[in-house]
Write a protein that binds this ligand. Structure first.
Ligand code: HEM
Length: 458
């Protein structure tokens, strides 16, 4: 549904920031074909806020200033809601991405506890196991992209920790999910293709994959519900099935299926691409790399956590997050934005501001050493009532995977140019997949380090 106020904009005191005066079609084509470059160029030209006409989202205000971002993230959900259209078109109407207002609040209340930072230690061992199994076959001394490996690690981590899958169902989901995620990412913004024109059409193919997914999830739910040890289980599916809304009702099975798909779609590629960027950055910063290895060998965690913060600042894999104005108007700094407009927090702009991060282009984990980043200028996980539900999970996972890789392998530095950004549909990855050269280390350090990722708790 699109919101439009019937009151004339003069009465509402509408005041929009400046923006390009190109014809709407040109703005749309420029944005779709060169999203990163256009967003960066316009932020440079117009500063903290600018206005554009976008395909799919219509009139849109982009902001990058932490003060405006803070205002946006603190805006009540009766004034601005989650963006429309959104990923629920792909993930199902039970997906949190498509819920608004009270429906969204109720669902989050149910799902926040399973993802709370304090619970994350439960999954460390499983993720270390998956990492070791994956990296055991890494080639030594020849360059290879790490992204396919990190994609498998993060997929298996979610299938085991979140879906609670094992055995034949785990194997079936391992095979199915990459196909769903790849096709789903391509269809995410192509709403005009969301028509089932038979099994060879993209949407028809997607629907058939989704049916296969629903069949496997239904059997996971049946098994869990008849599991006498359900209460002792630690996977998110088991917790979801036992959770109750305030009125005592449980989540419907179709909502559970939509949420499982949402958690996988939101958490698998984003974490995998962030890990690939971490490898890409570390190979180009040998001083940081050698200090990090020294710290990990000594069982420390501070620099590792600071490095993860800095990778996410300099290489955020999600570039922007948005809200839609549903009140007659929304004040935002000097601006007053009309109903129906989209407001986008430009994560890249916020992260590259020299005013907030001195010498922002420089990769310098020391800027975060011993501290926690500010919630409105460091926003790789978005913010406010819709902040990433899996932030603590992703942070724990990045800590464990990097620590395990650097304990088992020596990563060879490089003077090769930085890898460019590549748009995979939802997340931005290093163009060549984060190429690495590794050699197995003669002896591994003691297994006693745990990072302070709990500070990032959901
Ligand atoms: C490095 C990895 C990740 C990044 C960069 C990331 C980033 C984001 C961003 C930017 C948002 C939008 C927040 C907003 O609108 O303010 C989001 C939402 C979300 N993320 Fe993540 N995410 C990551 C990993 C995960 C993981 C591991 C999971 C779960 C397993 C997850 C689940 C979700 C969910 C469910 C939402 C929707 C929250 C809502 O609408 O209330 N994400 N994420």
């Amino acid at each position: 549904m699109t919101y439009r106020s019937s009151a004339p904009s003069s009465e509402l005191g509408i005041r929009l920031p400046p923006g390009p005066r190109w014809p709407t079609l040109v703005q749309g084509i420029a944005f779709l074909s060169m999203q990163r470059r256009v967003m960066h160029g316009l932020a440079k030209k117009y500063g903290d806020a600018y206005f554009m006409q976008l395909p799919t989202f219509g009139p849109t205000v982009f902001i990058g200033d932490p003060a405006l971002i803070k205002e946006l993230f603190q805006t009540p959900t009766t004034v601005a809601r989650g963006i429309e259209p959104n990923l629920s078109a792909i993930l199902g109407k039970g997906s949190m991405f498509g819920l608004h207002g009270e429906d969204h609040r109720r669902r989050r209340k149910l799902l926040v506890p399973p993802f709370h930072g304090k619970r994350m230690r439960t999954y460390e061992r499983l993720i270390e196991e998956e990492t070791r199994a994956e990296i055991a076959s890494w080639p030594q001394g020849t360059e290879f992209p790490v992204l396919p490996s990190t994609m498998r690690i993060t997929l298996n981590a979610i299938l085991r920790a979140v879906f609670g899958a094992h055995g034949a169902q785990l194997d079936a989901l391992r095979e199915l999910m990459p196909k769903i995620v790849t096709l789903g990412s391509r269809l995410a913004l192509a709403h005009q293709l969301h028509h089932d024109l038979g099994r060879w059409s993209p949407w028809g193919r997607y629907m058939r994959l989704r049916n296969d997914f629903d069949r496997i999830v239904a059997s996971l739910i049946t098994q869990a519900e008849s599991d006498p040890n359900l209460q002792q289980r630690t996977d998110v599916l088991a917790l979801m099935l036992q959770a109750r809304y305030d009125d005592g009702a449980a989540m419907s099975h179709s909502d559970v299926a939509d949420e499982l798909l949402t958690l996988l779609a939101a958490g698998h590629e984003t974490t995998a691409t962030s890990l690939a960027w971490a490898i890409e950055r570390l190979r180009r910063h040998p001083m940081v790399l050698s200090r990090l290895v020294e710290e990990i060998d000594a069982g420390g965690t501070e620099l590792l956590q600071a490095t993860i913060y800095e990778v996410q600042r300099t290489r955020p894999v999600i570039e922007a997050t948005g809200r839609q104005v549903i009140a007659p108007s929304m004040p935002l700094g000097d601006w007053v934005i009309p109903q129906g407009y989209t407001v986008i927090a430009n994560i890249v702009s916020a992260h590259t501001s020299d005013a907030t991060f001195p010498d922002a282009a420089r990769f310098d984990p020391d800027r975060f050493l011993g501290g926690v980043p500010d919630s409105y200028s460091w926003i790789p996980f978005g913010g406010g009532t819709r902040r990433c539900l899996g932030a603590a999970f992703a942070t724990m996972e990045m800590n464990v995977v990097l620590r395990t890789i650097l304990r088992d392998y020596e990563l060879t530095p490089t003077t090769a140019p930085d890898e460019k950004w590549h748009n995979r549909g939802i997340a931005f990855a290093p163009k060549h997949g984060g190429r690495a050269v590794v050699h197995r280390r003669a002896e591994n350090a003691a297994d006693d380090g745990t990072a302070d990722w709990r500070a990032v708790g959901a």
